[in-house]
Ligand binder design. Structure first.
Ligand code: HAM
Length: 430
């Protein structure tokens, strides 16, 4: 039997051509996430990869695609139903309530990690994917919505992404959605037979999700449908107007999309998505919204919240598609290429001294051909290669080869570490 990756998953390895498989590129994204989270004062939270199934059924909503079709659910040995987390908000809320994090006036948390949805894999859609998400608890003012949206945009900008489209809507409160849901259902009922199969099923259970339909016929039909904006309660309308004016004042371009509802049931008031021009069908890079009142459904306090999450794979695909820069891969600073037994012995000593002085270094193994050693140095992203043969050992003089510039710098083996130390310090600062 041969063993292979489960469908919809992938390995992340060193030095891969596709950025979403390449660990050095992931490190770049993760460093940038931590830098931006620090700038906005968000602290990291890590929750388990699995939780009780009920948390997601309640949190994400039983009629959502995620809960009805996409969860990895299993029974553990104690007979409890567990689910691999399909998203982060429900788990963060569970931890927030369980650990009484509401005792401080507000909490700003971020998370990075793997999530699981059993969906049909395609470009930009995986069964195990990775999200970075933020949740801001304790602030009802639209300023919090503004902060979460601008944090998301700052992250994309720091990664060099361009031409992104910010789409906003307000889905009002649970209460104001009831008359809208009825009006939408009434409008669609006479056309039930022409709706797509998915939309037919949603008509009774959750007609708002029809607004999300990708089916061109459904979309055409919806052109004449009642709009959510006309049903908003006063508080939701004022909240939305204030958010829009905060964004306008900061010159953040956005469009209001009256049909934007998002696929998770917990949202109230603001919902938003950010899309990219290079992702094709899966063009949404990230999305989020407000979930005031939602914590009470978990017997938690009445504390408002707003959050956002973005797929790391989709960020990487977009960066590649737009030619966004990645920092140079950091391989060893020095790659030693010994030719012969004496050189190997000396290399081991040099390697030890280099690492003792915190200079990243490695030694070539395998083929004793200089060319092969230099090729490997390049492949590993080494900064300098040092070839050690009989001549170099005898004269105690060698030359450092700059792997990318292909220049040579003479170096004495008697003051090797002393010469390299300031070079490494300067390099590490770049
Ligand atoms: P979501 O829209 O379901 O929201 O997911 C956020 C992002 O995760 C998507 O925009 C996409 O980039 C990525 N993503 C989702 N599913 C997949 C997949 N199968 N393969 C690759 N990437 C995927 C949430 O998860 C909410 N928890 C966001 C949130 C936080 N709302 C409030 N707080």
């Amino acid at each position: 039997m041969t063993y292979s990756l489960p469908k919809g998953t992938f390995d992340i390895l060193p030095n891969q051509p596709e950025p979403w498989r390449c660990i050095e590129k992931w490190h770049h994204i993760e460093r940038t996430i931590r830098m931006i989270s620090h700038l906005y004062n968000y602290k990291e939270i890590r929750t388990p990869i699995f939780e009780r199934t009920e948390l997601f059924v309640r949190g994400v909503g039983s009629t959502s695609d995620i809960v009805s079709k996409e969860m990895y659910t299993f029974e553990d040995k104690g007979g409890r139903s567990m689910t691999l987390r399909p998203e982060g908000t429900a788990s963060v809320i569970r931890a927030y309530i369980e650990k009484s994090l509401h005792m401080t006036p507000f909490q700003k948390l971020f998370y990075i990690g793997p999530f699981f949805r059993y969906d049909r894999p395609q470009a930009g859609r995986f069964r195990q994917f990775h999200q970075v998400g933020v949740e801001f608890f304790g602030e009802a003012d639209p300023f919090a919505d503004y902060e979460v949206i601008t944090l998301a945009l700052a992250l994309y900008e720091a990664l060099g992404l361009k031409h992104l489209k910010l789409m906003l809507n307000s889905v009002g409160t649970e209460h104001s959605r009831i008359p809208y849901r009825n009006a939408l259902r009434e409008f669609l009922l006479p056309h039930k037979d022409t709706l797509s199969e998915d939309s037919k099923q949603r008509l009774e259970k959750n007609p708002l999700r029809i607004l999300d339909s990708k089916d061109p016929n459904d979309q055409k039909l919806l052109d004449g449908a009642p709009q959510m904006g006309d049903f908003l309660d006063e508080a939701s309308r004022t909240h939305f107007e204030k958010l829009c004016s905060l964004l306008e004042q900061a010159n953040v371009p956005f469009t209001v999309e009256p049909r934007l509802v998002r696929g998770l049931d917990y949202y109230n008031k603001t919902v938003f998505e950010i899309a990219s021009d290079v992702l094709g069908a899966q063009n949404v890079l990230g999305g989020g919204g407000r979930y005031d009142g939602f914590l009470q459904q978990f017997n938690g306090p009445d504390i408002p919240g707003i959050g956002f999450a973005t797929g790391i794979e989709r960020i990487l695909v977009t960066m590649e598609g737009q030619g966004a820069p990645f920092p140079r891969d950091r391989g060893p600073f020095i790659y030693l290429i010994p030719l012969g037994e004496t050189a190997e012995r000396i290399s081991q000593k040099l390697l030890h001294d280099l690492r003792q002085t915190h200079i990243p270094a490695d030694v070539h193994r395998g083929s004793k051909k200089v060319q092969k050693g230099l090729q490997t140095a390049e492949l590993l992203g080494a900064t300098y290669a040092l070839v050690l043969g009989d001549n170099e050992i005898e004269s105690k003089q060698a030359s450092l080869k700059d792997v990318t510039k292909r220049e040579e710098i003479p170096i004495s083996l008697t003051s090797f570490i002393e010469t390299l130390q300031p070079m490494w310090k300067q390099h590490a600062q770049l």
